[in-house]
Write a protein that binds this ligand. Structure first.
Ligand SMILES: Cc1cc2nc3c(=O)[nH]c(=O)nc-3n(C[C@H](O)[C@H](O)[C@H](O)COP(=O)(O)OP(=O)(O)OC[C@H]3O[C@@H](n4cnc5c(N)ncnc54)[C@H](O)[C@@H]3O)c2cc1C
Length: 511
């Protein structure tokens, strides 16, 4: 194995939602030289770009294909946990729903002591990132790299569900990212001309001719190099060769909520006892690394579909419509979201019944969980998957919105607009009506909605990993910018927030 050494101003690890945005912004100034390292291969699979085909990417080479530890509150099931491993990261695998969350989410981060992270401050970054095709001044951006649009061609079942949700009392909302989050309607999507607009398509492809941006794929970073307390570079492996990339200014980890904490731990930054257990020299005893793992849990209510096309349109993101509902008045904002899909989507839809029937699924999703878990090392081998233990439903009450959500899904299915398309309830099935039966169904079938965050939490207390300028506590020259820095999970999907974190990081690095 030979070792080559290259020198740059900035090294960004991970070309995902946040990393692509960050690398693009940093290289807008030709004086800054940036190396962007991505473990996965280029995003040349057709299924990445053709919106409804994203489930076909599960468990392929562009997926890290993780599994959780057995989850005690979910009958000890080990849950499948996909993460994008290609240019664009998880934004090349995701369902393209564009949601920012609730203003409270960001104001809460600011209230926890994180200056510059209020909704008002973050709105500037959301807008700067965005080109909102329908055009609307107050809440949306114009001319940004990330194309956000309405779906070109919606499925009649989705249209019926949008009408049905309104009839069931969930007021129609034409824009979840506008004046209010609550309500029901169609999602806006990250697409351009009917194709996926991943963060790679938005930020990296248009910047590839910049001479100050180098993008390496198939380049897995194994650890960070140091000179005393200062991070000086990273080691990575590509095609069997070990390389060292030095950073004259800074290194930024944008490897996502599972891999950014793993890289810190492999580099000796984390809880001392855990590092010693794996024979890793302790550089900084930072007990919060990998802790505070939060995620959203979902469960599918599946119906036989009795009319309409069998498959979504070629530009469909599958999960075309949904809603945000505020069930518990003690919560500051909506605590239940629906993801509705005109297909079979129990768990990940990987095992539909083997017959000719069509299906649609209403998917209640718990978006204000109190449960927290952790990511930790299984081994000091960087190629070994870390331990992922989200502790789903570990907190009392986290199951309630899912149970109430199933009841609400049934109310929606019972409305006149949906009736035309609605056959028998397949899951949980009409015989499951008791509270205990519904809880049992959740424990047997709940799965991730793919939003792990919080494992390199921002803050200034003992368990915080980065400060509010995203600098890793206890070392110099090293920041983290991705979903892992969220102090508390946002009440919605996490792609747009991760991209906004990348935008914010670029502002912090260039100030
Ligand atoms: C199947 C699925 C569906 C989803 N649907 C939606 C949706 O519809 N809407 C929404 O808002 N959100 C959705 N999400 C969530 C959203 O996509 C993620 O929250 C977001 O992409 C996270 O961004 P990130 O920058 O933190 O990490 P990522 O985008 O995951 O990027 C991390 C990158 O780092 C790379 N990497 C990791 N380790 C290393 C290493 N050691 N060396 C080099 N590179 C490394 C990875 O390969 C990856 O490319 C979905 C996610 C999935 C998986």
């Amino acid at each position: 194995m030979s070792n080559t050494i290259t020198a740059h101003d900035f090294v960004v690890v991970g070309a995902g939602s946040a990393g692509c945005a960050l690398a693009h912004r940093l290289t807008e100034d030709s004086d800054r030289d940036v190396l962007l390292l991505e473990a996965g291969q280029p995003d040349d699979k057709e299924e990445i770009h053709t919106p409804p085909l994203f489930p076909e990417l599960y468990r392929t080479a562009v997926d890290w294909d993780y599994y959780t530890e057995p989850q005690p509150e979910l009958h000890d099931r080990k849950l499948y946990h996909p993460r994008g491993k290609t240019l664009g990261g998880s934004s090349s695998l995701n369902a393209m729903i564009y949601i920012r969350g609730h203003p409270w989410d960001y104001d809460h981060w600011a209230d926890l002591g994180n200056d510059g992270w209020s909704y008002e401050a973050m709105l500037d970054h959301f807008k700067r990132a965005e080109h909102f095709e329908p055009g609307d001044g107050d809440f949306h951006g114009e001319g940004g790299p990330l194309n956000v649009t309405t779906l070109e061609d919606t499925h009649p079942v989705s249209e019926a569900l949008v009408e049905g949700m309104a009839e069931a009392g969930i007021e129609h909302n034409p824009d979840f990212n506008g004046e209010r989050l609550a309500g029901s309607g169609f999602y806006h999507v990250t697409q351009r001309d009917g194709k996926r607009c991943s963060s790679a398509a938005a930020y990296i492809k248009p910047a590839l001719d910049r001479s100050n941006l180098t993008v390496e794929t198939g380049a897995q970073v194994t650890d960070i190099t140091f000179d005393g307390d200062r991070a000086t570079g990273v080691r990575y492996e590509q095609d069997g060769t070990e390389h060292t990339a030095e950073a004259g200014s800074e290194i930024v980890l944008s490897a996502g909520a599972i891999n950014s904490p793993q890289l810190l731990l492999l580099s000796g930054i984390g809880p001392a006892a855990h590092l010693e257990e794996h024979g890793i020299d302790v550089r900084v005893d930072l007990p919060g690394v990998g802790k505070n793992l939060q995620d959203h849990l979902k469960v599918g209510v599946v119906y036989e579909q009795t009319g309409g096309p069998e498959a979504p349109a070629p530009s469909s993101n599958v999960v075309e419509s949904g809603c945000f509902v505020h069930l518990d008045e003690d919560e500051p904002a909506p605590d239940l979201q629906f993801h509705n899909a005109p297909v079979y989507l129990l768990e990940h839809g990987l095992t539909p019944p083997d017959d000719d029937r069509s299906f649609f699924t209403i998917i209640p999703t718990q978006i204000r969980p109190d449960s927290t878990g952790e990511v930790r090392l299984a081994s000091d081998d960087p190629y070994h998957s870390p331990v992922i233990d989200p502790n789903y439903l570990g907190a009392d009450g986290d199951i309630d919105p899912l149970v109430e959500g199933i009841k609400l899904a049934r109310d929606v299915a019972d409305t006149d607009p949906v009736d035309e398309f609605c056959g028998a309830e397949v899951h949980p099935g009409p015989e499951v009506t008791s509270e205990s039966g519904l809880r049992e169904f959740v424990r047997e079938h709940a799965s991730t909605v793919y939003h792990p965050v919080g494992t390199c939490r921002m803050g200034d207390d003992d368990m915080a990993v980065v400060d509010d300028e995203l600098r890793v506590h206890g070392v110099e020259g090293l920041r983290v910018a991705d979903a892992s820095i969220m102090p508390d999970i946002v009440g919605g999907n996490t792609n747009a927030p991760s991209i906004a974190i990348g935008e914010k990081a670029s502002a912090l690095l260039t100030e």
